[in-house]
Design a binder for this molecule. Structure first.
Ligand code: ADP
Ligand code: ZN
Ligand code: ZN
Length: 824
């Protein structure tokens, strides 16, 4: 049989595919979409087959074609629809296909990466030399032992065996240095992780316990406890958990197993139980007239069975979630599958719980905070078709469902849908393309749609669905703007809490309802200034001010993690007049506690809650009324449905407006509208107070009126005029290096290359120092590319990358971001 070849996409920063030979023993088990293990340079790598039968590449171009080492899946991991989608993503975001496909794959829990050593000719010579030598030193003895072992076995030796040879590790290192050994990476298949499950040996099946004679009377005390836990309390349990619950040692249990008092078998590692699920009954809402009307439209699209994109614009609290879930119902009734994307992990828990309660076990939840084993298991459940509804964050847009009927993208305007590393895709945009490729319906939902999406609805690309009022006709909470300049004039206080906000909080404490206060900065003070020389204390690695964290007594960089102790004098001029400036969440919490000593105050930000559990705990306590005032960063602004919040306060609402970013106004508008929407969601009316130094700014004014349409009109005009998205295809190209000379030289080269692009319709701005001119010790220069037509931009970027490859500019030095969310 003549050899066959396949084309493999590897997760390397090269926009190429690689050809491998399929060895005879693997014939018939390699398909498009299979994950394969292949040798690449001197490593083993997992790639995805994108074409399972290709011709041998031209021998003049590729000299030796290597063989696939192994196929990892019985069924190909990636179905054909995902490979097609991957190709689109790779093309649109000018990213290597291998890196795109890797982003689609499940976590690799079934492989372990190891190193192994091979004997070289020099090594064989060394061995015969040593063999002949009379008096060998200790290290020579060790080398000899290793070399002999390898010669005898006649195959590579794994690094993990070295420690068994005395002095083996050091010997290997010396031999390696002298090129008498060679090292390479290999991947080894690993058994799925299993755990021992233990059960009482005569656990009755079907009978009730009371019918049995109680054996615990005749047992030694510890064994009786084991009996009690297994047979009376819990049933079969993982061994460690049993040991803990019964308060006995593991060896004791092992002994009981050995004496056949207990049964034992192995099961794959348990999935962490979702604590929320146990006794949850979702509200059974009857759709109101508005919801029914929009659902009917969606039903029509599903019946038509062709690609349709809808934008559901519904004010906060209008019941969009209910519409999504009913749409999923319709999809399931048509025997199709559905994806629901949410912008953050906390919301997957919330929506996942609603979905499980409604659609049962056929729901899978996928997000990056799941332990790898669990995520892999969920992923394969989806791949095998066991789960037909998938709830997840950004990357769940690549969930391996087939027969797709619907993708919902909730809060479609959220920045978290954009991945900020290669491949730099936007989950919402990929959702639309995927739906198009698979003839499905895509439903984008938001109270404050992105300008792009609303413009698409305007131009007829998307259909617009609207929910104009809150459920049960609850009013939107009135928003009042607090002018901090006026506040200062009357109070002469510079604290974060204005007189008006203070009074409003006091009133809520009096009536026993809750307040939610949003502040957009972490830490205690976001700047540390010297009064004498005016310098602010900067990060060593980045061109950014350090933030003061009082509890930890450190100055910290929020970009790279650098931290230092708080200086007693100015690092520059030695003056002692150090001044802390700008309140963050930590300070706000402290000031609230001072002002309202009897109130229960809690804070929700990345410093105060570090785990999923802590996060849920705080939100749970707030929802349960155990907290009067909750302070938080934008973590608190989104999605949550608190019933007893009657006051929402926003501190420094304008903090984003000063950023040099064309989306600054849009972001501010969205954030304010979202957080204002947290007030008055239950039966109680709400009030929103927004503190700002720029009360005139249209983003703040219009957010206060919750007037999306006017905001859209104004903003869209500005975008059109200044040639920004959605009217221009935009990309940013960042050139970065730890050595500033390199960054400048490469920027110049690219600049020369880009110049002629202007005549092809691509406008090139830069290179200029990036707004964050230094980050994590790297100097950064930026180009902005704009083109009226997408194809022009894509071509220019693709040529740019080819050029930089040709000039041997390191791959990681040139960072291309298509449709960047922020130019900052
Ligand atoms: P949105 O996402 O549009 O802000 P939600 O979907 O969170 O709004 O709905 C807000 C609240 O209204 C939720 O508590 C939900 O259970 C409730 N709700 C939704 N639809 C109805 C309805 N038809 N009747 C009564 N309550 C509803
Ligand atoms: Zn100074
Ligand atoms: Zn830094």
């Amino acid at each position: 049989m003549s050899p066959t070849y396949c084309e493999v996409a590897l997760p390397v920063p090269m926009r190429l595919l690689f050809t491998y030979e399929i060895p005879e023993r693997l014939a018939g088990s390699v398909f498009a979409g299979s994950r394969v293990l292949v040798p690449f340079r001197n490593r083993a790598m997992t790639g995805v087959v994108v074409d399972a039968s290709v011709r041998r590449p031209d021998p003049s171009r590729v000299k030796n074609v290597r063989e696939i080492a192994d196929v990892l899946d019985a069924i190909p991991a990636l179905p054909a629809n995902l490979i097609e989608l991957g190709r689109w993503v790779a093309g649109y975001y000018v990213a290597p296909l291998g890196e795109v496909l890797r982003a689609m794959l499940p976590p690799q829990i079934d492989l372990r990466h190891e190193r192994e050593f091979l004997l070289t000719d020099a090594g064989r010579t060394r061995r015969s030399e040593l063999d002949g030598a009379g008096n060998r030193s200790e290290s020579e003895v060790a080398e000899m032992a290793l070399l002999s072992l390898m010669e005898i076995e006649g195959k590579p030796v794994r690094a993990d065996r070295l420690h068994k040879l005395p002095g083996g590790e050091a010997a290997a290192e010396r031999l390696l240095r002298r090129k008498q050994l060679e090292m390479r990476g290999v991947a080894v298949r690993r058994q799925a992780r299993v755990q021992k499950i233990v059960a009482w040996i005569d656990a009755p099946s079907g009978e009730t316990q009371s019918a049995q004679a109680d054996p615990s009377a005749t047992l030694p005390e510890k064994e009786a406890r084991v009996f009690h836990v297994l047979a009376e309390e819990r049933g079969p349990l993982p061994l460690p958990q049993l040991a803990k619950l019964a308060r006995v040692s593991r060896p004791l249990i092992e002994r009981m197993i050995h004496h056949e008092k207990l049964k034992c078998w192995e099961e794959p590692m348990a999935v962490e139980e979702d604590l929320f699920d146990a006794d949850y009954t979702p509200p059974s809402n009857i759709l109101n007239v508005d919801q029914e009307r929009e659902l009917a439209v969606i039903r029509g699209w599903l019946d038509a069975g062709v690609f349709t994109a809808g934008l559901l614009h519904g004010v906060t609290g209008s019941g969009k979630t209910e519409v999504y879930l009913n749409a999923v119902d319709l999809v399931l009734a048509r025997n199709k599958t559905a994806l629901i994307l949410v912008p953050e992990i906390a919301l997957t828990l919330w929506i996942g719980r609603l979905c499980r309660a409604r659609f049962g076990a056929g729901v899978a939840v996928l997000h990056s905070a799941l332990p790898e084993v669990e995520r892999a298991r969920e992923w394969w459940r989806v791949r095998r078709g066991e789960a037909r509804v998938v709830v997840g964050t950004r990357s769940a847009v690549f969930a391996p469902v087939e027969n797709l009927g619907l993708i919902v993208v909730d809060e479609e305007q959220e920045a978290s849908y954009k991945q900020e590393e290669t491949p730099r895709y936007h989950g919402r945009d990929v959702a639309v393309v995927r739906s198009k490729l698979e003839g499905a319906v895509v439903l984008l939902g938001s109270a404050t749609p992105s300008l792009e999406s609303f413009q698409n609805a305007r131009s007829g690309k998307y259909h617009l669905l609207q929910l104009d009022s809150r459920v049960e006709n609850r009013p939107l909470a009135p928003v009042e703007i607090v002018d901090l300049r006026e506040d200062f004039k009357s109070t002469h206080s510079t604290g974060p809490i204005s007189a008006k906000l203070g009074k409003a909080i006091a009133a809520r404490l009096g009536e026993g309802t809750q307040s939610l206060i949003l502040i957009n900065r972490r830490g205690y003070s976001w700047s540390v200034l010297c009064r004498s020389c005016g310098v602010s204390v900067q990060c060593e690695n980045c061109s950014i001010s350090l933030t003061y964290h009082k509890q930890r007594q450190r100055l910290e960089c929020h970009y790279c993690g650098f931290s230092r102790r708080v200086p007693e004098s100015c690092p520059k001029c030695n003056s002692e007049h150090i001044y802390f400036f700008g309140a963050g969440a930590e300070q706000l919490e402290e000031k609230l506690r001072e002002k309202f000593p009897d109130a229960k105050v809690a804070r929700l930000d990345r410093d105060s809650v570090r785990t999923k559990r802590a996060y849920q705990q705080v939100l749970g306590d707030f929802a349960g009324g155990k907290i009067d005032i909750l302070v938080g960063t934008q973590m608190v602004a989104k999605g949550h449905d608190f019933q007893r919040v009657t006051l929402v306060g926003v501190i420094s609402a304008d903090s984003q407006l000063s950023l040099p970013d064309f989306r600054a106004a849009e972001r501010t508008f969205q954030l304010l509208t979202q957080v204002a929407g947290r007030a008055g969601r239950g039966g109680l009316p709400g009030e929103v107070l927004v503190e700002t130094f720029y009360p005139e700014h249209y983003a703040i004014q219009l957010a206060a009126r919750q007037d999306y349409l006017t905001f859209f009109e104004k903003e869209v005009q500005f975008r059109r005029l200044l040639h920004y998205p959605p009217f221009t295809a935009l990309a940013s190209v960042l050139v970065r290096d730890a050595k500033i000379e390199n960054a400048i030289r490469w920027s110049r080269q690219l600049s020369v290359f880009l110049a002629p692009q202007e005549s092809r319709g691509v406008k090139v701005l830069g290179p200029a120092a990036a707004p964050l001119a230094r980050l994590k010790r790297e100097y950064r220069f930026q180009f902005i590319l704009k083109a009226p037509k997408r194809a022009q931009l894509t071509r220019a970027l693709s040529e740019l990358l080819a050029f930089s490859e040709e000039k041997e500019i390191p791959q990681k030095a040139v960072l291309v971001d298509v449709d960047p969310l922020s130019l900052f």
